[in-house]
Design a protein around this ligand. Structure first.
Ligand SMILES: [Zn+2]
Length: 77
């Protein structure tokens, strides 16, 4: 798995992170995630790859895809 930048993990610890606003808005289960899965690097854009954990990344991507499918239901395979 190379989409999680290992340097981001080293650079950023929990104190430097912040909750992902994108996930916060779209994920109704956001509050039930583990704290580390809610956090993105403070110095990066709130993208999936800014997430500090694999699980956070996957959930962010899932939300993005769900949004796309909702916007374009006919193009969904
Ligand atoms: Zn997110």
């Amino acid at each position: 798995m190379e989409h999680v930048d290992p340097n981001a993990l080293k650079r950023t610890d929990f104190r430097n992170g912040r909750p992902c606003e994108f996930c916060q808005q779209l994920d109704s289960n956001f509050g039930q995630r583990k704290p580390m899965d809610q956090i993105v690097s403070a110095n990066r854009k709130q993208t999936a790859s800014a997430h500090l954990t694999e699980d956070g990344y996957v959930r962010h991507r899932w939300l993005e895809l769900s949004k796309l499918v909702a916007a374009n239901p006919r193009s969904a395979a």
